[in-house]
Ligand binder design. Sequence first.
Ligand code: WT7
Length: 653
Amino acid sequence: MSDQMVFDDLLHEEREFPPLAAFAEKAALRDESLHRAGAADPVKFWEEQARELEWFAPWKQVLEWNPPHAKWFTGARINISHNCLDRHLKTWRRNKAAIIWEGENYEFRTLTYQQLHVEVCKFANAMKALGVTKGTRVALYMPMIPEAAVAMLACARIGAIHSIVFGGFSPESLSDRINDAQAELLITADGGWRRGNIVALKNEADKALETCPSIKNVIIVKRGHADTFHLKVKEGRDHWYHRIMDGASSDCPAEQLDAEDPLYILYTSGTTGKPKGIVHTTGGYSVGTYVTSKYVFDIRDEDVYWCTADVGWVTGHSYIVYGPLQCGATILMYEGAPNHPENDRFWEIIARHRVSIFYTAPTAIRAFMKWGDHLPAKHDLSSLRLLGSVGEPINPEAWMWYHEHIGRGNCPIVDTWWQTETGAIMITTLPGVNTTKPGYAGIAFPGIQATILDEQGKEVTQGSGLLAITHPWPSMLRTIWGDDERYVNTYFSKWDKSVYFPGDGAKRDDKGNFMILGRVDDVLNVSGHRIGTMEVESALVDHPLVVEAAVVGRKHDLKGQAIVAFVTLKSGAMMNREVIAELKQHVVTKIGAIARPEDIILAADLPKTRSGKIMRRLLRDIAEGRALGDTTTLADPSVVEMVREQYEEKYGD
Ligand code: WT7
């Protein structure tokens, strides 16, 4: 049977993969005891799990729930940097590798828990010397280097609130986020390697800082390339990391924070043009990331754990840094691209460091498939024992390929559904416990209550509906920075104000496994990254030639979704290759390369309802070449035909 036939069959047969005996034998969890405990009493379940961490003072109450606002472990005192570091120093783990780092240019560094602790304490003191204290917002715009983790843990240690901005975002995106959070310190680097080039982060940051009056200080990590870029160091404001670390003391006891003190803000796209600053607090987030890391990844002391995300995304926060380090894991951190110098760099890394747990995204897996089976086959991947997937639905073909060509049939795959807002994994299989079906993420993690509702809030048992979380959980977002009303409206207003609305469609099989069907709002998922259609539209209409823009997603083999923009131009303006290139570049400049539209289509007019709302559904149908749905509510039905003709002229076969 050819591979293709196997995949085709799969879609009909729904093959099942029960836990592998060899894996389950040694797994931390082999039965459904935790699922049962979590279902019986989620609050008690989380309380029991929380006891595995070190608290400076106990909680008075586990959960205070005034829907839609939750407080977890009220009255308790804790510090996540203490649980990531100090807790392990008392054990043999003191000299265990915490971070094994590989630079794209083949530089290597390893930091033991002890060394990481010293680095974090010194950096925390260095920040204090610059006036950073509990509650100060600190922005990070960094490459994937150990100092990114150091900076996060140092902020956490003193109660400063970090806000990481992915290094691929534009200066304008950076400055918007800095200004929204009113950050006082920016930590960046002279540069970082990406696909053989150096991304000059500090130079980009300097452009952002022209419009960031709240920033008092900038710390620059020297990755070694400053000379190349005519890097400017602004006297009094800019400080080299290595210089301020020089005299810093390594004595910095962790601040005994309230469980509900904010830990970080992380911006994510929503349905308006303005990204939301998701706020996570200390105690509940510690518990959620710790427990999920322990059971979903089954982390053991001898593992080398590699999550390929960037610290700029929530996956990097929860499953590169906070979760695994609380578990005392050895994490691998890689700076660069998967295809540099060749398309087999990841397999080379797994073989070199004997990686045993590998967590990546479907978009990457689909790229590996395209690059060819011979590449992983060239490398010794026998150290792998568990694989993970996150960011978007993994199609069964990609699941099977991952299983066969990377896991060699010997590794369970955990398909983990969660969000920036949830802080930690919510739906997944547990590798020693649950049967996995390709395409299905699995069931709710112990202590999590998930279901599917219709628009009216009625439970859906047959077919698809809207995913809903019906009970609060420790690592949930607490609010949107500076905009609690938006928090309430976005997440807790769809149904009852105690039910969380994640914005995803889903369906269930007869065993209760969830298949996640993707976003149901105006948010795209491009290569596992969330991009708001409104953000891209605002970027486009910002261009002097554009009058109006409507952005939709269309299916894309590698990226999952690609961005399609329909634009109307000022009268007299012509659409040609140069203008298209210019508009694409304009979006990149405004937002960042991840938001670059795939197609730009001139539309003489956009299809609107009689009340003036752009009908994206129709545009999606056009972009995906489908038969057009109901157009009876349209103000002018001929508009659709016209747009379709224009699209097909350009992109049809
Ligand atoms: C959205 C959240 C959570 C870290 C990465 C993305 C989609 C995420 C899965 C999955 C199907 C998934 C959802 C979700 N998503 N994981 N395993 N299966 N869809 O975080 O940027 O906050 O995006 O990503 O649509 O709502 P994010």
